[in-house]
Design a protein around this ligand. Structure first.
Ligand code: SF4
Length: 208
């Protein structure tokens, strides 16, 4: 198996109108040991820990360590990617912990403009997300910036790519808006036309 996405918490401090995690209901945490055991048995190549916002999960460290231990019991090492909005303060202790244990810090930044960020995230935590992106680079983490292209931020792709280059992020993942579950209700506001998606792909292929 290649990938498993593990939702560590349903808590989030943002309010993206297209959030698909928010219609999962409230996550019950008392079976996380069984879930992590199961992931360890399947030992996928990559485990993506997301949410909600995983950095708001008080059990995050315990879960990451447990996952590593499960892999190591069988002589393996997991590839752990933490999928975060970066929209919360991260303690020095947590940075040190992550630096030593995760293989990818995947931070989602839909815009570098506060108004657009708020339109997409429901709240303006742009500054905090940028601080954390730069700190992750400083700490030597493998930093991936993720951006989902929508009608609201389509003009900003070049700026985000330049920002990533300037701060020396390791990679940028560009995704498209996928209108399912909650996201379907607001697709008119966010979803790009297929021709616009193809144009973005064409532009980037021509420039690389
Ligand atoms: S960052 Fe947005 S999309 Fe992600 S869990 Fe929070 S509200 Fe949902």
């Amino acid at each position: 198996m290649k990938n498993i996405c593990y939702e560590s918490t349903s808590k989030c401090n943002l309010a993206c109108p297209y959030c698909i995690s928010s219609d999962n209901g409230t996550l019950i945490q008392d079976n996380y040991q069984a879930i992590i055991n199961f992931i360890g048995k399947l030992h996928p190549e990559r485990v993506v820990i997301g949410g909600g916002e995983p950095l708001l999960d008080p059990l995050l460290k315990e879960k990451i360590q447990m996952l590593i231990d499960k892999y190591q019991e069988n002589g393996r090492e997991p590839y752990i990617s933490l999928s975060t909005s970066g929209a919360c303060e991260i303690s020095e202790d947590m940075w040190q912990f992550l630096k030593e244990r995760i293989q990818c810090f995947d931070i989602s930044i839909p815009s570098l403009n506060s108004d657009t960020y708020k339109l997409m995230r429901g709240k303006d935590f742009l500054n905090q997300a940028l601080i954390n992106t730069k700190k992750a680079v400083e700490y030597g983490l493998n930093v991936r910036i993720s951006i989902v292209m929508t009608k609201q931020n389509v003009s900003e792709l070049a700026d985000i790519l330049m920002f990533a280059e300037r701060i020396k992020a390791n990679s940028v993942r560009v995704g498209r808006y996928f209108p399912f579950r909650n996201a379907n209700a607001v697709r008119d506001i966010y979803e790009l036309e297929e021709t616009e998606v193809q144009q973005i792909i064409q532009d980037k292929v021509e420039k690389t």
